[in-house]
Design a protein around this ligand. Structure first.
Ligand code: NAP
Length: 305
């Protein structure tokens, strides 16, 4: 029987591990088959406090992992494939073959940026293709950029990117935006932003780094190439919560609902990081909420006797 099981190995999960390990709860951390989360998909991280010269995303994760290991975290490179949260202790299934029991569960399974699904997008991810303007916008000073999507995220990313870019072209598959009126007004007023309506990205061009995109008009199927140095995909995120549907309260977009920090609708289950945060989605906020989940779990265990 485990005291604390943490599902997810991004900054939220690893910070929860550091704290619960230092509190002598010997947490078990399920790293999943894609260990490290979204930070492993970025290159330089320049906005994580404490690193004045920046740090590579994978290095930051590796360092957090080493810190968690030093205090006694047990790591297992397995996926949680099932979870029964109806009664305590909770029963978790690992890799479809093994069941373990735990008194508390910290869910830090993150969210996945929805991809366009192009081979070139996967190949150039981190080399001009990005899903996070806050993380990568700085690297595109004076460059023309493309943002794909028509929701609040796309417009927010585009507006943020105008701080750096020479120009931002928003490519949207319809001629009406999904974004809120206030964001539409802001984007429309911004002189550095223009729109390409009724278009989708057919291909992202470039061998080593992005050099442009091929756009296709969805009405006529005509294609044209547009030069750009970066492509920001902002077509929504999917929180990794499929296992918890029907067991935990989720919002209409599938994010775990939390109250008082990281407390979920099931006592003893805590959620931290992007899996419960559609708004901030930063490494530092995920780490902060991982700390909160650890403290909440520790308090729960102490009160449970
Ligand atoms: P969203 O509202 O679901 O918008 C996704 C956008 O991507 C839509 O315009 C959609 O087009 C487009 N899209 C989806 N799949 C596509 C594909 N395969 N190819 C091309 N385009 C595709 O997602 P979001 O913008 O990430 O926002 C998620 C939630 O967070 C929303 O509730 C939003 O209001 C909220 N949010 C709020 C703020 C804020 O208030 N500042 C900031 C960010 C997010 P269609 O319109 O044609 O479906």
């Amino acid at each position: 029987m485990h005291n604390v099981v943490i599902a997810g190995s991004g900054p939220a999960g690893l910070t929860a591990a550091i704290y619960t390990a230092r509190a002598n709860f010997a947490p078990l951390l399920l790293e999943g088959s894609q260990a490290g989360g979204q930070l492993t998909l970025t290159t330089d991280v320049e906005n994580y406090p404490g690193f004045p010269d920046g740090i590579m995303g994978p290095q930051l994760i590796q360092d957090m992992r080493a810190q968690a290991e030093r205090f006694g975290t047990i790591f297992r490179a397995v996926d949680m494939t099932g979870a029964d949260l109806h009664s305590r202790p909770f029963h978790l299934t690992l890799n479809d073959e093994e069941t373990i029991q735990t008194k508390t569960l910290i869910i830090a399974t993150g969210a996945t940026a929805n991809p366009l699904g192009l081979p070139s997008e996967a190949r150039l991810l981190g080399h001009g293709v990005s899903t996070c303007a806050t993380c990568d916008g700085f690297f595109f000073r004076g460059q023309p950029l493309i943002v794909v999507g028509g929701g609040d995220s796309a417009l927010e990313e585009a507006i943020f990117l105008t701080k750096f870019a020479s120009h931002v072209l928003i490519v949207h598959r319809r001629d009406t935006l999904r974004a809120s009126k206030i964001m539409q007004d802001r984007a429309m007023k911004n002189e550095k932003i223009s729109f390409q309506w009724n278009a989708v990205v057919d291909d992202i061009l470039g061998d080593e780094v992005v050099s442009g995109v091929r756009l296709r008009d969805v009405r006529t199927s005509e294609t044209k190439n547009v030069d750009c140095k970066g492509v920001f995909i902002a077509i929504g995120h999917t929180p990794n919560t499929a296992l918890f549907r029907g067991q935990l309260e989720l919002d209409s977009n599938g994010y775990i609902q939390t109250t008082h920090g990281t407390v979920t609708s099931v006592a003893g289950v805590f959620a931290s990081g992007d899996v419960q945060d559609p708004h901030y989605r930063q490494a530092i906020t995920a780490a902060g909420s991982g700390c909160m989940a650890a403290l909440d779990a520790e308090r729960f265990l102490e009160n449970a006797g």
